[in-house]
Design a protein around this ligand. Structure first.
Ligand code: SIN
Ligand code: CO
Length: 377
């Protein structure tokens, strides 16, 4: 995977993954030289008023932390004071093509691990307090300057009754001021505190790690949907019971034998992972085109201009199976490379050779709003 040379401060992806990823923080000065952000505070505030975006306002006033969830109205954001607050908006990549392009620069980490791009704005002294996340995150500085203090401390005691997770005892071990284009990588559970030094915007490229519990629970949901066990409970040899309320050993053994027949293999695990990890978050909806093209016109446009994933689409692959927004699709061998290119790069070049099965599949995805033609948001 070729990446922008400066993004990891001259480290190769191999070296970064071996020495830092999930192990220790890395400060990269001028990871993206000239980066000054993708949107301004007014545009962020506008998104925070959009019901389709997930936004939060964190305030520290009268010696207490306060948290409000969006959508906000313009007046309440306009009336915020000159300091002591931070506005955060998740999923910026669903709204700005430039944000999706920024995330593509982080494709040296698999898409299955990517969560989203969150952007925060804070006037001088604003911040969300010392805390830790269960995510890997690249904190890229946009406009302004942010002081980052970090610590490997094991004490994770939180302030009781605070509306957000704030560490009770934060003991910073390292301290830097980040300028536009600087970036700090933090592994999960690393304590950190970011304090705006001036009007400051920070871009958090977040990577999720599902808990084993979540994976196990969701796999059982998958199994439930795909389970097929023939036959039914039978007891032609039923014996008289002294206690009719007793669940007999015979019943227990018969049910145990049936339950033990439930089996799964690598294909089930891959299908579960592909559908679950590409499932859109609950607040995400797709907008099918208002006046969809006919199949014939679609094929002509596809050939002429290529197509790309909608900003909200999530696409993953395993072997000959493609997963898009929670759906699994088996691919014919000649189409695998082309469909994988769409999943890897989020776009599909013009003049690609595709079977009619593949174009039918793309047409269905286009009708669902999963794909859009270049130039469309
Ligand atoms: C922020 O951008 O203010 C907070 C980011 C973080 O600490 O995870
Ligand atoms: Co954090």
């Amino acid at each position: 995977m070729k990446i922008n040379l400066t993004l990891l401060g001259g480290l190769s992806v191999d070296k970064f993954l071996r020495e830092y990823w999930q192990k220790k923080p890395l400060l990269i000065r001028q990871a993206i030289p000239g980066f000054n952000g993708l949107l301004d505070p007014a545009q962020l505030a506008e998104l925070a008023c959009n019901p389709e975006a997930q936004s939060r306002l964190v305030q520290f006033k009268r010696n207490k932390w306060h948290l409000q969830h969006g959508p906000f109205d313009e007046q309440s954001l306009d009336s915020l004071g000159k300091s002591g607050w931070t506005l955060l908006v998740q999923g910026i990549n669903h709204f700005l093509p430039g944000a999706a392009d920024l995330l593509q620069q982080f494709s040296f980490i698999p898409h299955s691990r990517l969560d989203d791009l969150m952007v925060s704005y804070a006037p001088k002294n604003g911040g969300v307090g010392p805390h830790f996340d269960s995510y890997d995150v690249f904190l890229l500085q946009g406009m302004g300057h942010r002081r980052w203090q970090i610590s490997a401390q094991q004490d994770r005691t939180l302030i009781p009754d605070a509306p957000l997770r704030i560490l009770q005892n934060f003991s910073p071990e390292e301290d830097w001021i980040l300028e536009p284009g600087d970036m700090l990588y933090l592994p999960p559970h690393w304590a950190h505190n970011g304090i705006a030094q001036d009007n400051c915007m920070t871009y958090s490229i977040g990577f999720r790690t599902p808990s084993y519990h979540e994976l196990g629970e969701q796999f059982l949901v998958y199994l439930q949907d795909h389970l097929k066990l023939d036959g039914m409970y039978a007891d032609p040899d039923l014996k008289p019971q002294a206690h009719p309320s007793e669940i007999s050993a015979d019943m227990l053994q018969q049910v145990k034998a049936v339950i033990q027949k439930i089996r799964w293999n690598d294909t089930d695990i891959a299908r579960f992972l592909g559908t679950y990890m590409s499932e859109p978050k609950p607040h995400v909806y797709f907008d099918p085109p208002d006046n969809p093209m006919s199949h014939k016109r679609f094929i002509q446009s596809l050939d002429k201009s290529g197509i790309r994933l909608d900003l909200k689409s999530l696409m993953l692959c395993h072997d000959n199976c493609a997963f898009i927004n929670g759906e699994a699709h088996d691919l014919d061998t000649p189409d695998i490379a082309a469909i994988r290119l769409l999943a890897d790069t989020r776009q599909f070049p013009a003049h690609s050779q595709l079977s009619s099965t593949a174009t039918d599949m793309l047409y269905a995805w286009y009708q669902e709003g999963f794909l859009v033609f270049p130039g469309k948001k």
